[in-house]
Design a protein around this ligand. Structure first.
Ligand SMILES: Nc1nc2c(c(=O)[nH]1)N[C@H]1C(S)=C(S)[C@@H](COP(=O)(O)O)O[C@H]1N2
Ligand SMILES: [Mo]
Length: 232
């Protein structure tokens, strides 16, 4: 099933080659069984919202949704926290690991329709990096910068929430290269394109800057419970 799915996706990409990049294809993923889906349809989060947001289907394991990869080697990792900050940071992998490490369990929701529940990660809260960098009074948004010019942005208040983090570990193993290793951002309560893989920088700004998918028709607010998939 999974093999078949990936094959169809590759065939699609081959057909689509030369045209615009696709954010991914809906409906090609190994979903959880029907009984589990029915059970999940009634499940609520502690905040009262549905466990599986509208129009989403739970899948068995994380997908590699592509993107132009950065180096997967921790030795090559560099992270800048810059822009509207009093104390700009330039960190290598070791310096990131010197921050207090935390475990995170969360659900992630890809705009193409899949939801992965109970993913377990390890990393550093974005708030800890921001606290060290000290955003100025003009700071309002965080532009998450990744390899080859991929960007996405979130409001600073969102970036400071305790469930937003930079991850180097997924399900107890080093984050695989295709999923953004060595380090990616995870913003669980927004569609997954806000979770930049192969992260290189956090640029703090006073005015929002639309990111890669956000300039290609996808929603900037990207709230899965409001089904904010496309920009209007
Ligand atoms: N740097 C970078 N990050 C990215 C992307 C990308 O193309 N490049 N794609 C986004 C999209 S659309 C999704 S759904 C998730 C996919 O993450 P995954 O491949 O680990 O499932 O990464 C997001 N982060
Ligand atoms: Mo996506």
């Amino acid at each position: 099933m999974r093999e078949e799915n990936q094959l169809s996706r590759r065939v699609f990409l081959a057909v689509a080659a030369g045209t615009v990049v696709s954010i991914g294809l809906p409906g090609l993923f190994a979903t959880v069984g029907e009984a589990r889906q029915e059970e999940l349809a009634k499940a609520l989060r502690p905040d009262g919202r549905p466990r599986v947001p509208p129009g989403q289907t739970a899948i068995e394991q994380i997908e590699d949704m592509g993107g132009r990869p950065g180096s997967p080697r921790p030795e090559d990792f560099r992270l800048r926290v810059h822009g509207e900050v009093e104390n700009p940071l330039a960190l290598d992998f070791e310096a990131l690991m010197a921050f207090k490490q935390q475990n995170f369990t969360c659900d992630v929701h890809c705009v193409t329709g899949w939801t992965l529940l109970d993913s377990t990660w390890r990393g550093v809260p974005m708030a800890a990096l921001l606290d060290r960098a000290k955003p100025t009074k003009h700071a309002k948004f965080v532009v998450i910068e990744a390899a080859h010019g991929y960007t996405t942005s979130i409001p600073l208040d969102e970036a400071r929430k305790p469930d937003v983090f930079l991850a180097h570990t997924l399900f107890g193993s080093p984050l695989p290269g295709p999923n953004g290793g060595p380090v990616r951002a995870v913003v669980p309560d927004r569609y997954f394109y806000k979770s930049a893989k192969w992260v290189k920088g956090l640029k703090i700004v006073s005015k929002d800057e639309l990111g890669f998918w956000e300039t290609r028709g996808y929603s900037n607010s990207a709230d899965p419970w409001k089904e904010e998939r496309y920009s209007r």
